[in-house]
Design a binder for this molecule. Structure first.
Ligand SMILES: NC(=O)c1ccc[n+]([C@@H]2O[C@H](COP(=O)([O-])OP(=O)(O)OC[C@H]3O[C@@H](n4cnc5c(N)ncnc54)[C@H](OP(=O)(O)O)[C@@H]3O)[C@@H](O)[C@H]2O)c1
Length: 328
């Protein structure tokens, strides 16, 4: 049987986790009706935690990493898909409880597979991946909760990360005035190119400690959590909306009820593992009014054998944009 390359994560008897580039076979993969020949997959924060063992992400070992993949159907036992179809998979159990996208071949249940939206390319969908979907879902939910471009400025933290970069691009396209908050002084030009109109450096940010700080933002996309999310809750305009999906800076949240009861602040939780009808609705927006204009600036190519090293840089917050694995 022919083999293909994959990044597999294992755990030893002492519960220590390690990743390796291995040769795998289709028979070893998790069950599913659809086999996809991978074209692109991206490195998300969660992948970096899984591959480095920095976070408890995987629920079974060994498991091939990678929570998203875009590619071409090689075979399908489900009538909805045919060989040659351009498709992608984001989340569900991919790279967590089911062998994931960091492999030249992926086998998944047909219910997880989405056709690439009309007019979009596999590279676009592969660059967007889970991060792009999460940013879009957050904006979608924030708009359902009253956010609109005329409401005021929208802050995006973790701005040079995957969700942050794509979120800025999408918001700017929709006509929002975007304030980027970053730890990287050298990324100002990059963030302005994506559409930010202001850049704040993390090192210069005064977060204060009062229950309510100066009201500044109508919206916020939060990749970071912890102290920054606390500051955001205290710094929103009346009826401001926060889309909270990340913990790159911490998992704790210390705040009080005052932002919620005195300013009507709306803290919206965003889980990208959304049901399929929500995914379809949001991807339809990603293909139209939220379609990013600068994905070629955000994504940069890496090969499968560079993934382990890139994951190590990613958990240290050193990466600008999104590492996109190009398979061939
Ligand atoms: N809820 C969900 O379904 C869901 C889905 C996708 C992602 N997420 C979460 O969203 C977050 C972002 O994901 P991603 O894939 O975009 O990650 P990423 O590409 O690795 O970007 C994370 C960014 O956060 C900033 N950062 C890193 N360490 C930090 C620290 N200690 N304090 C403050 N900022 C720090 C850095 O940006 P700057 O240097 O520009 O500040 C970094 O580039 C992660 O926590 C991820 O787990 C959640």
């Amino acid at each position: 049987m022919s083999t293909f390359k994959a990044v597999r994560v294992s755990q030893d008897a002492g519960k220590s986790v390690s990743a390796a580039l291995v040769e795998a076979t289709i028979d070893e993969l998790g069950a599913g009706e659809v086999v996809i020949a991978s074209r692109f997959s991206s490195i998300n924060y969660k992948d970096a935690l899984a591959v480095t063992g920095r976070g408890r992400i995987m629920s079974r070992f060994p498991c091939i990493a990678g929570i998203d993949v875009a590619g071409v159907v090689e075979s399908s036992a489900d009538a909805r898909f045919r060989p040659g179809d351009a498709v992608f998979v984001n989340g569900f159990g991919l790279g967590v409880s089911h062998d994931g996208g960091f492999a030249e071949r992926v086998r998944v249940p047909a219910d997880w597979v989405i056709p690439v939206p009309q007019g979009m390319s596999l590279l676009e969908v592969g660059t967007l991946g889970v991060a792009g979907f999460t940013a879009a879902l957050a904006i979608h939910l924030m708009e359902l909760n009253g956010l609109s471009p005329d409401a005021g400025r929208v802050l995006v933290n973790g701005a040079t990360g995957g969700c942050g970069s794509i979120g800025i691009d999408m918001l700017a396209r929709r006509g929002y005035q975007v304030v980027a908050l970053t730890g990287k002084p050298g990324s100002r030009e990059y963030l302005m190119e994506l559409g930010a109109s202001e850049v704040i450096l993390r090192s210069e940010l005064e977060m204060g400690t009062r229950p309510l700080e100066k009201a500044q933002f109508a919206g916020a996309l939060d990749s970071v959590g912890g102290a920054q999310l606390s500051w955001l809750t205290r710094s929103m305009l009346e009826n401001g909306v926060i889309g909270a999906f990340g913990n790159a800076g911490g998992a704790d949240l210390a705040t009080s009820v005052f932002p919620f009861i005195l300013r009507g602040v709306r803290l919206i939780g965003v889980n990208s593992n959304a049901p399929m009808p929500v995914r379809q609705q949001v991807w339809a927006r990603v293909a139209t009014d939220l379609r990013p204009r600068h994905l070629d600036r955000v994504g940069f190519p890496v090969t499968l054998d560079q993934v382990i090293e890139h994951c190590a840089r990613s958990v240290e917050g050193q990466v600008q944009g999104r590492a996109v694995i190009h398979y061939r």
